[in-house]
Design a protein around this ligand. Sequence first.
Ligand SMILES: Nc1ncnc2c1ncn2[C@@H]1O[C@H](COP(=O)(O)OP(=O)(O)OP(=O)(O)O)[C@@H](O)[C@H]1O
Ligand SMILES: [Mg+2]
Ligand SMILES: [Zn+2]
Length: 505
Amino acid sequence: MIRVKSAICMGIHAFPVDIEVDTGGGIPQLILVGLPDASVKESRERVRTAIKNSGYQLSQEKITINLAPAELKKEGAAFDLPIALGILACHGLVPAEKLCEFIFLGELALDGTLRPLRGVVAITSSFKGKSFVLPAESSSEAAIVKDATVYPVKNLKETVAFLCGEANIQSVPKRAVSSKPAAGSAVDFSEVKGQRAAKRAIEIAIAGGHKILFLGPPGSGKTMLARRIPTILPPMDFEEALEVTKIHSVAGLTFPNGSLLRERPFRSPHYTSSSVALTGGGADPRPGEISLAHHGVLFLDEFPEFRRDALEALRGPLEDGSVTVSRAKMQVTYPAQFLLVAAMNPCPCGHLSDPRRGCRCSLGQIHKYRSKVSGPILDRIDIQIEVPALSFQTLAAREIPEASSTIRERVCACRATQKKRFRMRPYQINALMNPKDIKEHATPDLQGQKLVEAAMKELHLSARAYYKILKIARTISDLAGCEQVQSEHIAEAIQYRSLDRQWWS
Ligand SMILES: Nc1ncnc2c1ncn2[C@@H]1O[C@H](COP(=O)(O)OP(=O)(O)OP(=O)(O)O)[C@@H](O)[C@H]1O
Ligand SMILES: [Mg+2]
Ligand SMILES: [Zn+2]
């Protein structure tokens, strides 16, 4: 019996799969055990044809192939290459001992060519110190992982030659991973005139990881502001970057010359997106927008226009920081720790809060529009900020607003403070504090405590809103470099919740 090593990716983790091939006895046929029915048939045809078209003759014998362990719900075509090699080894065309030295992956085209694979980074990073033989097109991506040795092959014939020592194939060379983010951005916060309050709120949101909603009339600059958020995001550390890269790799989104993704993701799906596109799913469950936004920002522009079921599907992930997608008997969990940024008009016509234009909507229309996002989702948003229409004077002002780089410096300093505070925790941002942490780190001074109490009564805030105020206040005091949360920080934090009653009741 011949044994070939391969692997399968579930979510962003990979598991070993052994492919056992045996020949002899019975009528001539190819039997595959351990794959779902549909995949078996397809894989068998591809492998058989690819072997024939690569110029190899198979004996007229029964060939039995078993994929172990049986409990893993294995799907996908990446086993074609190891299966073909196992069969060829049974015929003495490949040295059997070589098949345990590498982990083999690859889908075969009918002519024996190897097709690129999804998720190779997730696979190579799951097996420390191993060697891989996989499709050339996926090899530079696979080699991002430092202690993986990757041999790129173009087709079945070349793989056989390599294993027989007849072809000299070099492993993919390691490139130094640069720690600097790539080229600068084309946009900058200095282009946005006025909107001081909104910019301040964005700075707080990014610094502490608080979810934020912009409310304002058309053309006030909501989209413009959001599009500039990537310019102030702090850099990712290596572990974060690797995780983000794995998710993109599993989603089949390849990147220029297979380098690690260094920039925090900024995803802005259109409001027509389905709930599967947002949260993930499909035949072989793939990560959705919320997972692609992991460690970064998910921007939902025109928030109320999103499908109700799509927004509802965000509730769980917003709470858990991960999402589980299931299909048939397969269940896969993807990380989804993203910062939610949403934007909307205050009413269908958009001019409710604009004194110069006036609103033409009926009360019923306004209510219907808002009810699309009201309730549980809204309750999970930390900061609500109005983005008012700008006066001509502000737009025409000569003064150049603060540059993104300056804001980013403050954000980074604030993140560093939090990192130090939460060094023993699995999270490093204020927004993720649990009630115990809040009590320990965000209890305001006496005057501040009185202020929250009064706000709770007056604005009829929920318990969730109470904790949110304390967390936001913690970030505000971190930005100010204060050890303790003071009443002025509480006062500012309350402002970001003051829309609660006015808007949504
Ligand atoms: N504060 C500002 N400073 C400079 N230009 C601005 C500002 N606000 C808006 N603009 C200009 O107006 C355009 C429209 O802004 P933007 O698309 O961000 O509005 P919006 O609030 O998203 O509107 P809508 O509700 O219709 O989506 C911008 O592309 C920009 O040219
Ligand atoms: Mg807009
Ligand atoms: Zn209106």
